[in-house]
Design a protein around this ligand. Structure first.
Ligand code: PNS
Length: 166
């Protein structure tokens, strides 16, 4: 495929499941933008700068990936970046309804923008930013389910109780 693709998300923080999607998407698309949203619907645990920095550190040396951030509508960002493809990961059935709504709303707002879903690999099915933060908050072991730079950040900084409620 010769399309520029955008992989948007809160990435609060990046997990090994996200990383799996990045690597697989880069195998398909010539360039991938990992776009961190300034998400007005969620109060993030990590600041935008921290989330971007953790992704940059985790993807150091991976070619054809750009890390960026955006506020406002994803469709407007995609237009600005001249991208026609959005990549999203799907884990369990529970992701489906929200993803289905978002994809349809985005298509309504921008008919030429296509959302492509990639099934999360089996070993990452149960991994989410939320569960990672909860386990880390109670000092549980999250090594192996987050990239090393995220593990470092989680262990040095911890997570606030507020962040767990997102
Ligand atoms: O990692 P997340 O929280 O599931 O990512 C959701 C995200 C950031 C992709 C979504 O909330 C988004 O696109 N936000 C930007 C605002 C927007 O365009 N909202 C309309 C989507 S229906």
């Amino acid at each position: 495929m010769d399309e520029l693709a955008i992989y948007p998300g809160s990435f609060d923080p990046l997990t090994s499941g996200h990383l799996d999607i990045v690597h697989r998407a880069v195998d398909i698309f010539p360039k991938l933008i990992v776009a961190v949203a300034v998400n007005v619907r969620k109060l993030p645990t990590f600041t935008l700068e921290e989330r971007v920095e953790m992704i940059k550190d985790s993807l150091a040396g991976v070619d054809r990936v750009e890390i960026d951030s955006f506020s406002g509508l994803l469709v407007d960002y995609a237009k600005r970046r001249k991208a026609r493809v959005i990549v999203r990961g799907l884990r369990a059935l529970s992701d489906f309804e929200n993803e289905f709504q978002m994809a349809h709303m985005n298509r309504r707002l921008s008919p030429n923008l296509e959302t492509i879903f990639m099934m999360t690999s089996q070993e990452h099915f149960y991994v989410s930013s939320q569960t990672v933060k909860e386990v880390a908050f109670f000092n549980g072991d999250v090594s192996g389910i987050v990239p090393a730079p995220v593990l470092k950040k989680l262990t040095t900084r911890g997570t606030s109780k507020d962040g767990l409620e997102n």
